[in-house]
Design a protein around this ligand. Structure first.
Ligand SMILES: Nc1ncnc2c1ncn2[C@@H]1O[C@H](COP(=O)(O)OP(=O)(O)O)[C@@H](O)[C@H]1O
Ligand SMILES: N[C@@H](CCOP(=O)(O)O)C(=O)O
Length: 337
């Protein structure tokens, strides 16, 4: 019997998609989280705190809006169709920079879906048909942000012709992610518009080998393979035309000791992977830690191209979207999906 709720708090992670060669397929969750609070209310209200508070829409066009997401669910499975959509109020506590290639739109979609489903008391299968993934990926159009956002960790997402499916890849302990986040946003739609509709066979071969090598490097902890494994021929060269800072920042990060570096999602963030040579970051020797050198090098290269921005140092996370609390509470009021 579904248990309806009056209030729910959910948390969702940032994600880095593509990771070089895995265009539209590979993505990883990062330790930057947005929190969404949704409550049944007499009147619609939306408060945005943090990233995007001045820019993001405060109406039903906001991707976290339950009303919009519940409408999206109706034709699919009849979920929520029987009840009228309730009036809700929202508080978005955003730490994920938006329109910077860190999956803020996917985070909003997944958070809205999870909050809406929790309020309505509906459950979706996560393990077999991966219903939540399928709804979210249909809304986003590609699975490489929504899959790691839902499940955490590093995920490979593919479409079988019938449905989306995902596979988890293990992530070596102690890996750090140094992000250069430009002050200038890059809408994903803009960065997709520069891509050609067809590719050369040589470009496909280039990426197939490296995507396989990337997964192998993560599975085995062979971080020395990442420099080659994060190279790409399908989107980075094309996108560097509208982001001239891309390759200079990647080259600077690698010269400073990063294992590999790539455009995060559709940009504008550039991400470098560091450390992780042995064990946990807390037991690494200082000469194995490269975040400071890599950060400085990325900032200097960006500055040389008149591209101001900020550095975030974070790490991959295995925790995906989860319910933090519900009201009224019950015995299982904290669950990971
Ligand atoms: N709650 C939301 N959080 C983030 N973006 C949103 C939200 N609601 C609507 N949007 C729209 O989605 C855009 C961000 O999506 P996108 O361009 O794919 O970048 P990102 O790489 O951050 O996902 C914003 O510029 C905004 O127009
Ligand atoms: N595969 C997509 C990924 C977009 O990620 P985002 O974080 O920029 O929304 C693409 O490269 O277009």
């Amino acid at each position: 019997m579904p248990v309806e709720r009056n209030r729910v708090v959910v948390r969702v992670p940032a994600t880095t998609a593509n990771m070089g060669p895995g265009f539209d397929c590979i993505g990883m969750a990062l330790g930057i989280f947005n929190e969404l609070i949704v409550e049944r209310s007499d009147a619609f209200a939306m408060e945005i705190i943090g990233e995007g508070q001045a820019e993001l829409p405060r109406d039903a066009s906001n991707l976290a809006s339950y009303q919009a997401l519940s409408l999206a669910l109706r034709p699919r499975s009849g979920l929520l169709a029987r009840s009228t959509t309730p009036t809700l109020s929202y508080v978005l506590k955003n730490a994920i920079p938006f329109a910077r290639g860190l999956g803020s739109s996917s985070a909003a979609i997944v958070a809205g879906l999870l909050a809406g489903l929790t309020l309505a008391g509906h459950e979706l299968s996560v393990q077999q048909d991966e219903e939540l993934l399928n709804i979210a990926a249909d809304l986003e159009g590609h699975p490489d942000n929504v899959a790691p956002c839902i499940y955490g960790g590093l995920q490979i997402g593919v479409h079988t012709g019938r449905r989306w499916m995902s596979t988890r890849v293990s992530v070596p302990h102690g890996l750090q992610a140094v992000l250069f986040v430009p002050d200038t946003p890059m809408e994903t739609a803009t960065a997709r518009a520069v891509l050609l509709p067809t590719i050369q066979r040589s470009e496909a071969v280039f990426n197939i080998g490296r995507a396989a090598m990337l997964v192998h490097a993560f599975n085995t902890g062979r971080l020395d393979k990442l420099q080659e494994a994060t190279r790409d021929a399908l989107h980075q060269p094309q996108r560097s035309g509208i982001m001239p800072v891309l390759f200079p920042v990647i080259d600077a990060a690698i010269a400073a000791g990063a294992h590999g570096a790539f455009l995060s999602g559709a940009g504008s963030t550039i991400l470098a992977l560091t450390s992780g040579r042995r064990g946990d970051v807390y037991v690494q020797r200082s000469d194995e830690r490269k975040e400071k050198e890599v950060s400085d090098a990325m900032l200097a290269a960006a500055r040389a191209h008149n591209m101001p921005g900020k550095i975030y140092v974070t790490h991959p996370v295995e925790l995906g979207a989860h319910v933090v609390s519900v009201e009224p509470a019950d015995a299982s009021n904290s669950q990971s999906v």
